[in-house]
Design a protein around this ligand. Structure first.
Ligand SMILES: [Cu+2]
Length: 297
């Protein structure tokens, strides 16, 4: 089943919008044991909590899902879980999350005019009907209960990465990640460059900044564009895997404990009893394929 470019597959984008709205409704899809919260809200909490687990403790540069090697596999797993729930919610076993190709929007004179932001699609989420119920607070590391509209400041900071730069990052990084496996600018490696700590265009991070508002918080999955953005980030990883088929995921299982949650056979941080490791998701074609990787190779 195919993950397609959202603006070239508007029926898939419409299904995505319908799916997240259903998952967000506590009456249709309650978060068990959490009054007035929904399954969708549980993804916000999952992401926030992952960000608050420093690995190792006592520093902020690497957490259970960011600033380290499992950034890509953790978000791959996160999307697959949501995708599975959307399929059930809308009764379509073939549904796959579409991706937001921000490389194409970067070429528009004003990327805010992209169809993706029209009221029919992602624009509608800032009209006030979609309520933000949990937000991350970086200072207290706690989730805060709130009840407010979603906030975006499209284009007021950051920039959408160019396709030329993304291709360069994919071509010029034959190694998945490099010691000390963190968010240092000087280290490089494919994961660090795609995540956006190294390199000139700060790829993934810069898109969060460009959207702004809720996308800038540890509770960033509150904005449904989070999943479309991360679908494209995952597509970049898929393109990198296609370009460097012999390159291994690192670090290996015998790396030190300070790399917990990031070694190839470590269960990734999740609220579920099932144990899913980076190794388990390297072969993504068990879940989906992309309509194309050709623009990135
Ligand atoms: Cu994240």
């Amino acid at each position: 089943m195919i993950r397609s470019n959202a603006v070239n597959d508007l029926p898939a984008l419409k299904k995505y919008v319908e799916g997240v709205q259903r998952l967000k409704d506590p009456a249709q899809n309650p978060w068990p044991g959490q009054a007035n919260l929904s399954i969708y809200d549980s993804f916000v909490a999952w992401h926030h909590r992952a960000m608050m687990i420093s690995t190792p403790a006592g520093q902020m540069a690497r957490n259970a899902a960011h600033g380290g090697p499992s950034f890509l596999p953790w978000h791959r797993y996160f999307l697959v879980r949501l995708e599975t729930l959307i399929r059930k919610a809308i009764g379509d076993p073939n549904f796959r999350i579409p991706y937001w190709d921000w490389n194409t929007d970067a070429e528009l004179q004003d990327p805010r005019t992209s169809l993706i932001w029209s009221d029919e699609y992602l624009g509608q989420f800032v009209n006030g009907k979609w309520r933000v119920r949990l937000t991350g607070n970086g200072r207290t590391m706690e989730l805060e209960g709130v009840n407010r509209p979603l906030v975006r400041y499209l284009g007021s900071g950051g920039a959408l990465p160019s396709r030329a730069n993304v291709r360069k990052v994919i071509h010029e990084n034959p190694v998945y990640d490099k010691a000390p496996y963190n968010a240092a600018q000087s280290t490089g490696g494919a994961r660090n460059s795609i995540e956006g700590w190294a390199g000139e265009e700060r790829i993934h991070n810069n898109v969060h900044v460009w959207v702004g508002g809720d996308m800038g918080l540890s509770s960033s999955p509150n904005d449904p564009v989070f999943f479309l953005h991360h679908c494209n980030v995952d597509r970049l990883w898929a393109a990198w895997q296609a370009k460097h088929p012999a390159a291994a995921y690192v670090p290996a299982g015998n790396a030190p404990d300070t790399l917990k949650f990031h070694r190839i056979d470590d269960p990734m941080y999740s609220p579920f009893p099932e144990k899913v490791t980076p190794r388990d998701v390297l072969n993504y074609s068990q879940y989906y394929k992309y309509d194309t990787l050709g623009d990135l190779l």
